[in-house]
Design a protein around this ligand. Structure first.
Ligand code: NAD
Ligand code: G6P
Ligand code: MN
Length: 441
């Protein structure tokens, strides 16, 4: 590879983009850059973030060429890494994903339940197009994707583009959780080695070994069972995220084998969650009135004053740091461990080979090499097999335009369960997504 890299961020107007830009300027020692380009289909949304980036790079790394564009040909020409984070349909559609099911007494969430399915069937079209567009211009580029719902996007891309070996799907929640364990243990977790298994937003930590080989999981469990659980950046989190982390204590009381990903709360306690969520004011409203406003206002402020020094645009730097570190691991062939989404191929015993599982892997120039997880308990495998079947049927419903498969997927989804309910929510989602989904027949 080259001495200095060309990077494009797809979804340049994303609320997470300024944080990634900051992380890129902070880590030039491990990820030397020649050019950073933002690409988005929405010029207006991307502009303030592009202007922020211009000032940030001019101040911090003036040797790096920085720009932003809505022209694919300009964005994808001669790139080494594509960092991808799009939201097809924007927050307007996320709001519908959350509210339509919740009004029927079913969990409505960005990546979970019927909302996650709806979002998955929107993301797929754009994601396939992005991979094909990148390939047309830069056949060797790595695509690091964290577009949600990552489980469905990862499985769908494998199915539609089976020969594609340079797309790596990742999620930052395992890293967020590890940093949160670090907070409660009062220690740095960066040199620990996790053993993690599951599907995306549907997994567990089995072990976390420290530098001397001690497993930290029993200590984390004990602490959490007594004192509860907080995100590493609790002071900056909205109430709904604090409530979400608090549920880890409940999950450990009921299922103490492994440390659960926070997203499992929806699958394990759907009745409780539905009763405590407001169908008229959901997480999308919280983001629209919170993170989105803050990020864009801060970018506009920086553009006005002409300096990004002391800018507080980043709230959670775990996200940007992880993206930069994993990109650097591929570039420098470090073989560091990351939790990533890969085809199972025997890694978790008993799961189908084609399931896209989330596990620890050594990451280097040859991509992720996942570590074997082996046997897991029947309860956890049962949950995963059900979720895998739902994800697979969702992708097949999208690929084939099949109403029957979509109905099967939603009937299997733990948050729906009943076929009549599944049909009702599906019909409403079809109507809401008519500009995005293929016609389901
Ligand atoms: P956002 O709506 O603020 O940003 C998404 C951007 O993508 C928008 O500017 C939009 O115009 C653009 N976009 C939409 N379709 C596009 C396309 N086809 N090509 C290029 N650009 C396109 O959303 P956000 O809250 O910043 O989140 C962005 C994405 O990152 C979401 O999918 C979110 O779920 C995901 N995310 C994933 C993780 C993870 O753990 N995997 C973590 C954080 C965010
Ligand atoms: C976590 C998840 C992501 C999710 C993000 C933001 O980091 O891993 O997949 O997109 O949270 O969620 P929010 O509800 O704050 O937009
Ligand atoms: Mn995630």
């Amino acid at each position: 590879m080259k001495d200095k890299l060309n990077i494009v961020i797809v979804g340049g107007g994303s609320t997470w983009c300024p944080g990634i830009l900051k992380a890129l300027t902070k880590h030039m020692d491990i990820l030397p850059l020649n050019r950073v380009m933002l690409y988005d289909i929405d010029a207006e949304r991307q502009r303030p973030i592009g202007e922020f980036g211009k000032i940030l790079f001019a101040e911090e790394e003036p040797g790096v060429e920085f720009g932003y564009t809505t022209d694919k040909d300009e964005a994808y020409a001669d790139v080494d890494f594509v960092l991808c984070q799009i939201r097809t349909g924007g927050y307007e559609m996320r709001s519908k994903d959350e509210k339509i099911p919740l009004h029927m007494g079913i969990i409505g969430q960005e990546t979970v339940g019927p909302g996650g399915m709806a979002y998955g069937m929107r993301s797929m079209h754009d994601m396939v197009e992005i991979v094909n567009d990148v390939r047309a211009h830069s056949p060797e580029a790595w695509i690091i994707n964290y577009t949600n719902p990552a489980a469905i996007v990862a499985y769908g891309l494998e199915r539609v583009l089976p020969d594609e070996h340079r797309v790596l799907n990742i999620c930052d929640q395992p890293v967020n959780l590890m940093r949160s364990y670090g907070r409660l243990l009062g220690r740095d977790m960066s040199k620990t080695e996790p053993v993690y298994f599951g599907l995306n937003h549907f997994g567990w930590f089995k072990h976390i070994y420290d530098e001397e080989g001690h497993d930290l999981v029993p200590q984390i469990k004990e602490y959490t069972e007594k004192n509860g659980f907080l995100p590493a950046d609790a002071e900056q989190r909205d109430q709904s995220w604090l409530d979400t982390y608090a549920m880890v204590k409940d999950m450990l009381e009921d299922f103490p084998d492994y440390l659960p990903n926070t997203y499992l709360q929806y699958y394990l306690y759907p009745e409780y969650k539905v009763a405590h969520l407001d169908p008229d004011y959901t997480r999308s409203d919280e983001v629209i009135n919170g993170r989105e406003k803050r990020v864009f206002a801060e970018c506009e402020r920086v553009a006005k004053v002409g300096t990004a020094k002391n800018s507080s645009v980043v709230q959670n730097d775990a996200h940007g740091d992880m993206i930069v570190e994993i990109t650097s691991a591929i570039y420098r062939n470090t073989n560091k461990t990351f939790i990533v989404i890969v085809p199972n191929n025997g890694i978790i015993e008993g799961m189908p080979d084609d399931a896209m599982v989330e596990v620890a892997a050594s990451v280097g120039a040859n991509g992720p090499q996942p570590y074997a997880v082996g046997k897991i308990g029947t309860f956890y495998r049962g949950l995963m097999e059900n979720q895998y079947a739902y994800e697979r049927l969702t992708v097949e419903a999208w690929m084939e335009g099949s109403y029957e498969k979509a109905l099967q997927a939603l009937t299997l989804n733990r948050l729906v369960g009943d076929a009549k309910k599944a049909r009702k929510v599906l019909d409403k989602l079809i109507e809401a997504n008519k500009d995005y989904w293929p016609e389901l027949k």
